[in-house]
Design a protein around this ligand. Structure first.
Ligand code: HEM
Length: 191
């Protein structure tokens, strides 16, 4: 089950236009016990406490800045019921860097819901410079972010896996990233 979740996440990421191809491993041992409640990061928490939470698990502030970029493809349903279904940038079907731009713009883009933790993290001194670099246009921010995301996500996907040396890499069964397709979208979303 754990492998299925990770495989599905990586497959979805590379299938999304502009999405990177991620190294993918299988062979995790499932637990029969459910995870304790309350372990998901709190979207109302301060940037400092979120950075500490991830650093405790060896994920640096820089890596966290890259990871939350997954909100380029998310929609919130439960955080704010009044705007249920609202995406975190105006192109939730594209793995672009618009999320990094729209989280820090002075005016909130119509229809977009900003998660408070993203706004707080973007303004944090240990993240804001990286955040700005990810948001650069003409594919510069995109290539930088995709590279950083791929490294950080593979690490995140292996946290707490205690049989790490017995996993099997199955990255080659993932669809290839499509640079032409990505290029086609880039001209509209990053120019
Ligand atoms: C500081 C850490 C994070 C916080 C506080 C956070 C918070 C949230 C919140 C509040 C939502 C909306 C949930 C809802 O109301 O339905 C959400 C959705 C989502 N987040 Fe995060 N997130 C964090 C990190 C991440 C990371 C590291 C990833 C992936 C690498 C990620 C991927 C997603 C995705 C894919 C959704 C959409 C889920 C759906 O459509 O049901 N988030 N996140």
């Amino acid at each position: 089950m754990a492998d299925l979740i990770q495989f599905g996440a990586n497959h979805a990421t590379v299938t999304c236009p502009l999405g990177p191809r991620l190294r993918t491993f299988v062979g995790r041992k499932d637990s029969s016990k459910p995870a304790p409640d309350g372990l998901l990061p709190d979207a109302k928490a301060s940037a400092d406490s979120l950075i500490n939470l991830f650093e405790d698990k060896t994920i640096s502030a820089h890596e966290l800045a890259a990871l939350v970029g997954a909100h380029t493809s998310s929609r919130q349903f439960n955080f704010d019921s009044a705007t249920s279904g609202a995406p975190q940038d105006s192109t939730p079907g594209v793995w672009d860097v618009l999320f990094y731009n729209q989280t820090v713009q002075n005016n909130i883009t119509k229809g977009v819901f900003r998660i408070p933790s993203d706004v707080a993290l973007a303004a944090h001194p240990s993240m804001s410079a990286e955040w700005q670099k990810f948001s650069l246009g003409n594919g510069v921010g995109q290539d930088h972010w995709n590279g950083d995301y791929a490294i950080a996500y593979t690490r995140l996907s292996l946290l707490g896996v205690n049989n790490i040396n017995n996993l099997t890499e199955c990255s080659r069964v993932m669809p290839v990233a499509r640079p032409d397709f990505a290029g086609f979208f880039k001209q509209f979303v990053n120019g």
